[in-house]
Design a protein around this ligand. Structure first.
Ligand SMILES: [Zn+2]
Length: 320
């Protein structure tokens, strides 16, 4: 039960590494008990796995511990390596995974089951130890197309406003400016009441916030931020004044249209969570898989009902 795994670099290596449920169980155990398992009854550290029931069993007294109770994987009849594959795809592959692909590839009984599976994971794509963005941060909002994917790589009919913050970072060597971490939120309207809580939730005081002249950004100094207003005459110039935010918007929209055939506004925040999760870990795929697995192992499961009951956007922050 050691975490000293040579991390697979390709999907083939990944699938070779986690090719049995037993190997997945060992890995889950190493995530769940990073200091090593010990028996809650007699204190022994010697155990065996009952892989059919996904249990750890104490070699001395026979005490049993479930490895997947209270995890996202509880009650699952699917092989654990299926779960691992999904977590790998969602955490490391640029396009993630659509419910339709999952339904076809892993032989799910229904599209709905596959969709629910993915939503469960997306909803949990949250790091509870998040830190706020800092330094210089570009913030802007835009309309994203939702609804059904139609012809010409467009989504049909609906639009939702999302707001994005991107850290501006300097590279160590050539002092080039690059994007750091991002935060995204679906907001019902671009009013002060929606914009400023987003900024206060995600950006540390003392940071410099760069926005356009929209009234929703007025008064940020009151909350301890430095505020630079870039006035834009022609709206088409917005992507030049805020290149990082607008690159995120463009890539996000392309991903939604290209990978998913239907995005309901109600669940948009979950997709934003997935997008943020990968974006913020784009240079560290190993950490990415590990942290998603940790989330899957350590977070409380949700059911289909939890998703269909959502009326208002749910603000769950996905963070690095
Ligand atoms: Zn024992």
């Amino acid at each position: 039960m050691s975490n000293a795994l040579t991390y697979p670099k390709t999907i083939i290596e990944f699938m070779d590494t986690f090719n049995t449920d037993e190997k997945c169980l060992e890995y889950i155990a190493s995530v769940k008990y990073p200091k090593g398992w010990y028996c809650g009854n007699c204190g022994s550290k010697e155990y065996g796995l009952i892989k059919t029931r996904r249990l750890i069993k104490c070699k001395h007294c026979g005490y049993q511990d479930s490895l997947i109770a209270n995890t996202l994987m509880r009650n699952t009849r699917k092989p654990l390596r299926d779960w691992f594959w999904v977590l790998y795809m969602l955490s490391t592959q640029k396009t993630g995974l659509s419910a339709m692909e999952l339904y076809r590839q892993l032989d799910f009984g229904s599209y709905k089951t596959a969709w629910t599976w993915l939503q469960k994971i997306r909803m949990a794509m949250v790091n509870p130890d998040r830190t706020e963005l800092n330094g210089a941060v570009e913030v802007d909002e835009t309309y994203i197309q939702t609804g059904k994917a139609g012809k010409g790589r467009k989504m049909g009919g609906k639009k939702a406003i999302i707001i994005c913050a991107v850290e501006i970072r300097e590279t160590k060597n050539d002092e080039k400016l690059i994007s750091g971490r991002i935060r995204l939120r679906y907001i019902p309207s671009a009013s002060v009441d929606n914009i400023q809580p987003f900024i206060r939730d995600h950006i540390v005081k003392g940071s410099t916030i760069i926005t356009d002249g929209w009234s929703g950004y007025q008064g940020l100094k009151r909350y301890g931020y430095n505020h630079i207003v870039e006035t834009i005459g022609d709206p088409k110039q917005a992507s030049k004044k805020f290149p990082r935010v607008h690159r995120v918007f463009a890539n996000l929209q392309a991903w939604l249209v290209g990978t998913h055939r239907y995005i309901s506004t109600k669940h948009l925040q979950n997709y934003l969570n997935e997008y943020m999760f990968r974006f913020n870990r784009r240079y560290i795929p190993k950490v990415s898989f590990d942290s998603l697995l940790k989330i899957a192992v350590l977070s409380e499961p949700k059911t289909y009902k939890d998703f269909i009951g959502i009326k208002k956007p749910v603000y769950i922050n996905s963070e690095v």
